[in-house]
Design a binder for this molecule. Structure first.
Ligand SMILES: Nc1ncnc2c1ncn2[C@@H]1O[C@H](COP(=O)(O)OP(=O)(O)OP(=O)(O)O)[C@@H](O)[C@H]1O
Length: 254
C-alpha cells in the first residue's frame, strides 16, 4: 500500500483561539484503508477532517497523493452528520449536481446517478424531493452525491450519529460494501468504538490533551458487529481490544 494522505508537523489554530487545536501532528492514511479517528469530544477530530477537506488553513505539511492540500476539491468528498442536501432539487439532481458542475454530459450523469441510486438502495426514488426522505435515506443521498465524483478519498464526520441503531448498522454495512467494491479510501470520524471496530481497517486515537494522533492500530475485527457477535471467544477478544482503545483514548482510565 502507498500513502494517500500524509501529515507531518501539522498545526491548526483557529483565529482568535489562544492556542492550536492540533499541534505537530503526524500520520498517514494508506490507499485503500478505512481509517477511523476516535477520541473525546472537542479533541480536534473534526478540525483535522476540515483541514483534509481543504476548508481551513493549517501550518506544516498535509498532502494527498503528494500534493499539498489547498482548498476544497471533488477528490475529497465530505459526508457530515446531517446531510445538507439542496432542498430545491430532486434526489437524482442532488446526486448529479457535482457532475453537472464539472461539465459531464446529461447522459453520463443520468447513467451514473441510476447506478448510484441502486448502490445506495434508492432505485426508483430519484424523482423524490429531499424533504420526503427519512434521515437514513438523506444520508444515502449524501453518500451517493459524494460517490458520484468517484473521489479517491471519502471524508466522513460522524455520518451516522443522528440515526437510530438499526439504520446505523445498515448504513455501516453499506459503507463497507461500497468500500469493498470501489477503489476508495475512507477517513471516518466516529464517537462509537463499535462503529470503528465494525468499519475500520485502522483505528487512530486522539486524547483530550495530545493535540495530535497518538496511536494508529490495525483493526483485526473489521466486518464484525461487536454488538451481535455470537462467538464468546471472539466477543471476549473484541472486548479486550475495545478496552485497550478506551485506555489509549483516556490513559487515566482504570
Ligand atoms: N471555528 C472554530 N473557531 C474556534 N474554535 C473552534 C472552531 N471549531 C472548533 N473549535 C474548537 O476546537 C476544538 C476542537 O473542535 P473539533 O470540532 O475539532 O473537536 P472534535 O474532536 O471533532 O469534537 P466532537 O467529537 O465533539 O465533534 C474545540 O475546543 C472547539 O471548541
Amino acid at each position: 500500500m502507498t500513502a494517500l494522505v500524509t501529515a507531518s508537523d501539522l498545526t491548526i489554530q483557529y483565529p482568535e483561539a489562544p492556542s492550536p487545536v492540533v499541534q505537530n501532528a503526524a500520520f498517514s492514511v494508506e490507499t485503500g484503508e478505512v481509517f477511523a479517528l476516535v477520541g473525546p469530544s472537542g479533541c480536534g477530530k473534526s478540525t483535522i477532517l476540515r483541514a483534509l477537506a481543504g476548508f481551513i488553513p493549517y501550518q506544516g505539511r498535509l498532502t494527498m497523493a503528494g500534493d499539498a492540500i489547498a482548498g476544497s476539491n471533488w477528490q475529497r468528498g465530505v459526508v457530515f452528520q446531517n446531510a445538507s442536501l439542496y432542498p430545491w432539487l430532486t434526489v437524482a439532481d442532488n446526486i448529479g449536481f457535482g457532475l453537472k458542475v464539472r461539465g459531464f454530459s446529461r447522459d453520463a450523469i443520468q447513467k451514473r446517478v441510476t447506478d448510484l441510486l441502486e448502490t445506495v438502495g434508492l432505485s426508483g426514488q430519484g424523482e423524490k424531493k429531499t424533504f420526503e426522505l427519512s434521515g437514513g435515506m438523506r444520508q444515502r443521498v449524501a453518500i451517493a452525491r459524494v460517490l458520484a465524483n468517484e473521489p479517491p478519498l471519502m471524508l466522513m464526520d460522524e455520518p451516522f450519529g443522528a440515526l437510530d441503531a438499526f439504520t446505523r448498522a445498515r448504513m455501516q454495512q453499506l459503507v463497507l460494501d461500497i468500500w469493498k467494491r470501489r477503489d476508495t479510501t475512507v477517513f471516518l470520524i466516529t464517537h462509537d468504538l463499535n462503529e470503528a471496530i465494525r468499519c475500520a481497517t485502522h483505528i487512530a486515537v486522539m486524547t483530550a490533551s495530545s493535540h495530535q494522533i497518538t496511536q494508529i492500530v490495525p483493526n483485526p475485527y473489521q466486518g464484525c458487529d461487536p454488538e451481535t457477535v455470537a462467538d464468546p471467544t471472539l466477543e471476549q477478544q473484541i472486548d479486550t481490544f475495545r478496552r485497550d482503545l478506551l485506555k489509549a483514548i483516556d490513559p487515566t482510565r482504570d
